[in-house]
Design a protein around this ligand. Structure first.
Ligand code: UGA
Length: 432
């Protein structure tokens, strides 16, 4: 199948690369010519395990191409997948300006009877709106399909190739069957719905997962108060198949480009329709508080943070990505900066992106050793494998005070206890 993908962000690029891998002819379009040039050379603009290998392989095989020309990309495509960003507006709603521009670009070069697929995360009703825009800009016949994406950063390729489900929302049976055909080589469950249900499935899924995280974080805080252990509690809860084991890891709150924005956008949509979705307001409020957890604990333990050296291990919103969007590290760094602490941070890959947001409010180390040297406390902010494997005796030896605030529960209890000097504060478990 000849497929054009508009937008080479996480979703567009991963989708394009994976569809080329299963034998389709894919052309990815982006207005950023530097990005397109690098992609042509097999260089990925994002850190994503496995992506560059497939990029290089399929570009060389000739079934994956990149262009800045909408005409070149769209005019021969049977299927056009729109995967541009829908960032958050100040009022919490999704900003649809990139999407609307994409709709105009598509209508200018559309081949008759092609299928326009919206993969971007869009509020309910947006597919119909985009359809009306394209209809206003072209007389050529076309069909629309809503096909939201569920991949996670850091495991984008695996999540695309082995998706739990693919949602195909359309009022046009023929178009839906063609998109089903496009995904058939992936051999994963496919669910057909109407357009608005498909749009809603995406937001409902992200909002539910975010709420699950806020719920387990509140349970963790309660565990600390009553002397229970969140690891055992989450394990015991997760064994119930109705609850499920995933997304019960307590920590310092969710971040990233999706959960914070999508929960707010769903809340906004609910408001527009007169529905008071107060649960989502609480999900957001709990998350905002949880991101302050390490700071609050450090204040109560160290009393005065002024001129204390704090080593922040991890900056990205989660491991295996260099993405800093809405990362808890941002709020933590701001709070420490206001408290006049000296912050030295280390992250295996997110340093450059962090600098764009945090500038010189913190220092950036090029190794764990450099960050922890003479530190009054360590904050573990992102659960990178490199940190989980640290020798705690070695770490504490180089610190001024052997105090660790672990926001991601990175270590087994026996490993912590084997380190005689450590003072260790996890999330939702007794301190050691
Ligand atoms: C999320 C969803 O998981 C994807 O299904 C969805 O496609 C994507 O958003 C999107 O809408 O594009 P992502 O933001 O890449 O994916 O990352 P997740 O792995 O879901 O993690 C999000 C945040 O939740 C991270 O900050 C992570 O640390 C936190 N989290 C996750 C927890 O605090 N506890 C958990 O148990 C799981």
């Amino acid at each position: 199948m000849k497929i054009a993908v508009l937008g080479t962000g996480y979703v567009g690029l991963s989708t394009g690369v994976c569809l080329s891998e299963v034998g389709h002819h894919v052309i990815c379009i982006d207005i950023d010519d530097q990005k397109i040039n690098r992609l042509r050379q097999g260089i990925s603009p994002i850190y994503e395990p496995g992506l560059e290998d497939l990029l290089t392989k399929n570009t060389a095989a000739g079934n994956l191409q990149f262009t800045t020309s909408h005409q070149e990309g769209i005019e021969n495509a049977e299927v056009i997948i729109i995967a541009v960003g829908t960032p958050q507006r100040n009022d919490g709603a999704a900003d649809l300006s990139y999407l609307l521009q994409a709709a105009k670009d598509v209508s200018a070069h559309l081949k008759p009877d092609s299928i326009v697929v919206i993969k971007s995360t869009v509020p309910v009703g947006t597919n119909d709106y985009v359809k009306s825009i394209i209809t206003n800009h072209t007389k050529k016949p076309f069909k629309m399909v809503s096909n939201p994406e569920f991949l996670r950063q850091g495991s984008a390729i695996k999540d695309t190739m082995k998706a739990d489900r693919i949602i195909i929302g359309s009022e046009d049976k023929e178009a839906a069957l063609k998109i089903q055909e496009m995904y058939r080589p992936l051999n994963v469950p496919i669910l057909m719905t109407n357009v608005r249900s498909a749009e809603m499935i995406k937001y409902a899924s992200n909002a539910f997962l975010a709420t699950k995280i806020s719920f387990i974080n509140e349970i963790a805080n309660l565990c600390e108060a009553v002397g229970a252990n969140i690891i055992d509690v989450a394990n015991g809860m997760g064994k119930d198949k109705r609850i499920g084991e995933a997304f019960l890891q307590a920590g310092i709150g969710y971040g990233g480009s999706c959960f914070p924005k999508d929960v707010k956008a769903l809340l906004h949509t609910a408001g527009l329709h007169g529905v008071d979705f107060s649960l989502l307001r609480e999900t957001i409020a709990i998350n905002d508080e949880q991101q302050k957890l390490l700071f609050t604990k450090a204040c109560s333990r160290l009393k005065q943070l002024k001129d204390k050296k704090i080593a922040m291990l991890g900056l990205s919103f989660k491991p295996e990505t260099d993405d800093m969007r809405e990362a808890p590290s941002i709020k933590i760094a701001h709070l420490l900066h206001e408290a006049e602490a000296k912050v030295v941070a280390y992250d295996p890959v997110a340093k450059d992106n962090a600098k764009k947001i945090l500038g010189d409010t913190i220092e950036y180390a090029s190794s764990v050793d450099q960050a922890i040297e003479n530190a009054d406390a360590v904050f573990i902010v992102t659960e990178w494998n490199e940190f989980k494997q640290l020798d705690l005796t070695e770490v504490t030896k180089h610190m001024k005070q052997p105090i660790i605030f672990d926001g991601r529960n990175c270590f087994e209890e026996n490993k912590i206890r084997a380190c005689s000097k450590i003072e260790y504060y996890p999330v939702g478990k007794p301190a050691i």
